[in-house]
Design a binder for this molecule. Structure first.
Ligand code: NAP
Length: 252
């Protein structure tokens, strides 16, 4: 029995791996031995730094630009992972944005941007990845959802719907692919210390943190640990689940 959580010989793809939670996930999976494709959209330098950080300690990584809300670009991204490292065993659907506004003021374009970036991307990348994983009879898909998808947040009808959608998607796909030894799970973070929180005023954030039993924001690395576990062989009997990493905010 192995006492370490090893991802040796695994190939991982992290969407939105250039910053925030995705960056921490990419570094964590690489530290455990996986070769990692770091996807980015608008931050080539940040993605390059993540790749360099992994390679500097002897790990394997490559960056790839793709807007994962676009089906063709998502397919090209998955193809790149398989061609570059010869496999794709772990997919982390992490790319996400917010466009917060009360519904009466929310333009249709902000609804579409959030649903496409957060939810359609999950469909796009999972569909392309699962074809390969089912053939190989091995796969781990982990999507980064949110407490917003479980509890709902005022000003975030678009974001909450996209995250609740990811959760439903996770459960349905888990049932579809379980027989091929592919597991599909979600992690639901609470408030995590990344640039995405810059859209919240300090007052709103302070009020929100009062709802967190552990009384603080989470760190990206704390999400990455949960993802690494769900991506590991130790989590082989876990599928269709939503693991809250939220300081106790949403006890479902
Ligand atoms: P972040 O710091 O703003 O980083 C977002 C990442 O997504 C960046 O790497 C960005 O890439 C990438 N991205 C955005 N649009 C993309 C697209 N169309 N195609 C490919 N990549 C795209 O956000 P974060 O806080 O780390 O959030 C990561 C995930 O965790 C999101 O799904 C978010 O909803 C979820 N989450 C975050 C929190 C939190 O409190 N931070 C809480 C719950 C859930 P570029 O920089 O290259 O554009």
């Amino acid at each position: 029995m192995s006492l370490t959580l090893s991802l040796e010989n695994r190939v991982a793809l992290v969407t939105g791996g250039s910053r925030g939670i995705g960056k921490a996930v990419a570094l964590e999976l690489a530290a455990r031995g996986a070769a990692v494709v770091v996807n980015y959209h608008k931050s080539p330098e940040a993605a390059g730094e993540v790749v360099q950080q992994i390679q500097a300690v002897g790990g394997k990584a490559a960056a790839f630009q793709a807007d994962v809300s676009d089906t063709k670009q998502a397919e090209a991204l998955v193809k790149f992972a398989v061609e570059t490292f010869g496999d794709l065993s772990i997919l982390v659907n992490n790319a996400g944005i917010t466009r917060d506004q009360l519904i009466m003021m929310m333009p249709e374009s902000d609804w579409d941007a959030v649903i496409d970036t957060n939810l359609k991307s999950t469909f796009n990348c999972s569909k392309a990845a699962v074809k390969h994983m089912m053939r190989k009879r091995y796969g781990r898909i982990v999507s980064i959802a949110s407490v917003a998808g479980q509890m709902g947040n005022p000003g975030q009808t678009n974001y909450s719907a996209s995250k609740a959608g990811q959760i439903g998607f996770t459960k349905a796909l888990a049932r579809e692919v379980a027989a091929r030894n592919v597991t599909v799970n979600a992690v639901a973070p609470g408030f995590v210390d990344t640039e995405i929180l810059d859209a919240m005023s300090p007052e709103t954030l302070a009020a929100a943190l009062k709802l967190v039993p552990l009384g603080r924001k989470g760190q990206p690395e704390e999400i990455a640990h949960a993802v690494a576990f769900l991506a590991s062989d130790q989590a082989a009997y876990i599928t269709g689940q939503v693991l809250g990493v939220d300081g106790g905010m949403a006890m479902m």
